[in-house]
Design a protein around this ligand. Structure first.
Ligand code: CAA
Length: 261
């Protein structure tokens, strides 16, 4: 429960195994300024290192998950400055997490906000959520995955339409297209995301993180290579204590007690 300027971080859930990060720059609709993104990275470093935390939930306010990169902060950047500093390169901390990350999106998830949500493993949307890649309307392009993750999540036609028009899609359309896995009344969203976190946290975290790696591998490799990677992970699970515990508990008709080893 360290104090930050632009985010809040707390442990929650039934067994305090879910880290809830709330983006907290309400006056700017959680525009993702450098300060916010570096606090988010630091918080995620700590969470990754904390053995008691199983799952992360990232949320914003009811009005905005995040309205994108901070336009005021970046507007005078030159190409040379962007290039030299590899601008936005440090944003992918979320995508590099080994622990599962759930985005609970209420309100606007635009530009970098939509990209941040798509870096998470699962997106739950509040019923008033809106997703968009409006970079084209301000004379720039997506820069943190918007043009790469939307086609994978929504298919080419919808992705092109979003990226080329800057139009937003609502929560229902996002669910239909497969960008989000569930739409929930706005005021119940965080609670439901934490419940989802609790469910994931009830399993072996070693195995959960292996499975996350397997699913992500589906995006990076041809099918045959992915299947080989999966098979080896399956074999490797037999070298864990949690596999023995899980299968013994099943045969003994009792609940398993996993130790993440
Ligand atoms: N950067 C900086 N400030 C922002 C911001 C952003 N992305 N989005 C909103 N704000 C600020 C506004 O400037 C405003 O501040 P002031 O009160 O000081 O004027 C405050 O937040 C409230 O915003 P609005 O008055 O605009 O609120 P609204 O309800 O009328 O509109 C909105 C909401 C439609 C989300 C509108 O704010 C908007 O269009 N925001 C910009 C969205 C956008 O273009 N995002 C993409 C950024 S580029 C990017 O993200 C690149 C990338 O790939 C990483």
């Amino acid at each position: 429960n360290k104090s930050y300027e632009f985010i809040k971080a707390e442990l929650t859930g039934a067994n305090k195994k879910v880290a809830l990060i709330t983006l907290n720059r309400p006056k700017a609709l959680n525009a993702l300024c450098n300060g916010l993104m570096s606090e988010l990275s630091n918080a995620l470093d700590e969470i990754e290192a904390n053995k008691n935390v199983a799952v992360v939930v990232i949320t914003g306010s009811e009005k905005a998950f995040a309205a994108g990169a901070d336009i005021k902060e970046m507007k005078d950047n030159t190409f040379a400055q962007c290039f030299a500093g590899n601008f936005l390169n440090n944003w992918n901390r979320v995508a590099r997490m080994q622990k599962p990350v759930i985005a609970a999106v209420n309100g606007y998830a635009l530009g970098g906000g939509c990209e941040l949500a798509m870096m998470c493993d699962i997106i739950y949307a509040g019923d008033k959520a809106k997703f968009g890649q409006p970079e084209v309307t301000i004379g720039t392009t997506p820069g943190a995955g918007g043009s790469q993750r939307t086609p994978r999540a929504l298919g080419k036609s919808k992705a092109m339409e979003m990226c080329l028009t800057g139009n937003m899609i609502d929560a229902q359309e996002a669910e239909k297209a497969g960008l989000v896995s569930k739409v929930i009344p706005a005021d119940k969203l965080v609670e439901e995301a934490v419940k989802l976190g609790d469910k994931i946290a009830s399993h072996s975290q070693l195995i959960v993180q292996m499975i996350k790696e397997q699913v992500n591998t589906a995006y990076e490799t041809p099918l045959n290579e992915g299947l080989k990677f999966e098979r080896r992970g399956f074999h490797a699970s037999f070298g864990t204590k949690d596999q023995k515990e899980g299968m013994n508990a099943f045969t003994e008709k009792r609940a398993p007690k996993f130790i993440d080893e």
